[in-house]
Design a protein around this ligand. Sequence first.
Ligand code: PHE
Length: 342
Amino acid sequence: LRDKYLNAIGTAADESALEEVRLAALGKKGEIALQMRELGSMPPEQRLTVAPVLNALRDEVASAIAAKKAALQDAALDERLRAEWLDVTLPVRPRRMGTIHPITQVTEEVTQIFAAMGYAVAEGPQVEDDWHNFDALNIAPEHPARQEHDTFYMHRAEGDNRPPHVLRTHTSPVQIRAMLAQGAPIRVIAPGRVFRADYDQTHSPMFHQVEGLAIGRDITMANLKWTLEEFIKAFFEVDRVDLRFRASHFPFTEPSAEVDIRCSWEGGTLKLGEGDSWLEILGSGMVHPKVLTAGGIDPAQWQGFAFGMGIDRIAMLKYGIPDLRAFFESDLRWLRHYGFGA
Ligand code: PHE
């Protein structure tokens, strides 16, 4: 009996086979249990010799079953561990995520640098009326600048007597809107889209400018120069800049200056602050008294400077991008090449 059950326990392949062996041996109607029940009807001397043997047999079978059960559970666990493992050291598959467009990124950088100098952000509409875009900026209807700007005019149906509207040709109309909205003193920048009918490697019909406007009691061109130097050092991450103010003309500033940065092109790479080349980066000047008046500010009490800079242009310089149009073609290969796409 002992060999029969120890053998059956040894060969039980799983827990349910083992349970069958247990029932056959020790269950209520099991072979060993039945024999133990017979002890009661045995003569005392026989019971004294048989009982210890049966007890020992029952204990041995029971502990063999328990041991086998534990072994089967171990084996089952080992099998699960083998089948269900996960290699956490495998490299993850790259997941592509969208990123901020370079123009947006540069706009944010510019905004942050000016914010640190106390400039708030002002906004205006991209579809602008011709008064804000031209007249209020001292650009009369017959002024040649209206032609130079290659303006996109909005179509007006017959009988529509709203003032003519244009796609704004620069961010300067936001100067007027900021003056009318908040009065003096003012310190704002106005980044945004502007539009001109022009298309080549450095011109796109839609591009971006950032306007700067500072109005106070005694703001001068010296403040303009310092502000631009600080901005350029921060934006291009250089210690030194050399700016050249070149006399120019804009109807809305007097005097006016175009600003160039000293640079060199060594082996095709731009170096700022040294060299014999000059790079034009913006237009600027002292706000014209007529413009202050149009903005509801008394030119006898207040004065200030304004500048307008091409965001796309400074982005091209910072990242060494030769063709402006690529910014607006949404070609992911190009964006990734310049490190902008995931
Ligand atoms: N609005 C001018 C342009 O688009 C730039 C400018 C802005 C010049 C402010 C002077 C002052 O060219």
